[in-house]
Write a protein of this length. Structure first.
Lengths: 141, 137
């Protein structure tokens, strides 16, 4: 994971795999969601919500995600997933993401909402203060 | 209304570290539902001859409930709107056993001319093709 700029503080870079292309000769639409997932994991790791650095068993569960496809990615290429926490609610966080490729520039945008979830109690829970503080620092505030 | 109901049995390798179906797998289930819809309602020979492709421009998915290993899922796919360029497809994923809604998605796509890589305007015979699956002679 690479720290980038204030607007999108988390950047993850991935090589495009040949096998990610489908019959139309471009990277299949589902793969974009996998790129976004990998980017989200970079954010969750940075704000202490990834499953390996859980705070009292608290992590997240994906509530919704949308993806706007702007350009078709083709092998060989490298994609960069830029991510930021754009909103912190009582029990949820919103992540905005952009996927850029070396060859094409901006290729997709996305917004996702993650509910903070207590896996022991199997219920949503408040965003921990330490997570809020970490997001503030990550966002440069 | 044109609709397909696609049945999928969840295999073990679709389960992630949280013990449920990984979020991106739902997108694959939607993809299977769309292929079922296309092969059910569209003349594939025409698509190949005309060098057209259905290209997705946006997917919006809301996750309602987790799916688990061995669940039998139903992907319900229905066209909800045919615009001048864009087509909207509503896709819901249910658990077959209790009919519980697991996810609902809206998928927007265009019919692309693969020779020019430009979206085709959906009017006249093209509209008839999108609506009926056959190109008028």
């Amino acid at each position: 994971m690479e720290q980038t700029n204030k607007n999108y503080p988390v950047k993850v870079t991935l090589p495009v795999q040949w096998g990610e292309m489908d019959a139309l000769g471009h990277v299949n639409n589902v793969t974009y969601f996998r790129y976004l997932e990998t980017g989200r994991m970079g954010v969750l790791n940075a704000i202490k919500l990834y499953r390996d650095n859980l705070i009292e068993g608290i992590s997240t569960i994906l509530l919704k995600i949308d993806c706007r496809y702007l350009k078709p990615v083709v092998f060989p290429d490298t994609v960069h997933i830029y991510s930021k926490v754009s909103k912190v609610g009582n029990t949820s966080i919103t992540i905005e993401q952009e996927i850029h490729s070396d060859a094409l520039g901006l290729v997709a945008t996305s917004e996702s909402v993650l509910v903070v979830f207590d896996y022991a109690k199997q219920e949503k829970t408040a965003v921990p203060d330490v997570v809020r503080e970490t997001i503030e620092i990550l966002n440069g505030n | 209304m044109r609709q397909t109901l696609t049945e999928i049995k969840v295999p073990g390798f679709h389960i992630d570290v949280y013990g449920h179906v990984n979020n991106a797998r739902y997108l694959e289930y939607l993809e299977l539902g769309r292929w079922d819809f296309i092969t059910t309602y569209f003349n594939r020979k025409t698509i190949k001859e005309q060098q057209w492709g259905f290209i997705i421009i946006n997917i919006d998915i809301h996750y309602r409930s987790p799916a688990y290993f061995d669940d039998i899922l139903i992907v319900d796919s229905t066209v909800t709107n045919v615009g001048l360029v864009r087509v909207s497809l509503k896709q819901n994923i249910y658990c077959k056993e209790d009919q519980k809604l697991l996810a609902e998605a809206t998928v927007r796509f265009v019919l692309m001319d693969l020779k020019t890589l430009r979206p085709i305007r959906i009017k006249g015979n093209i509209k008839k093709f999108v609506e009926t699956g056959e190109l008028p002679v």
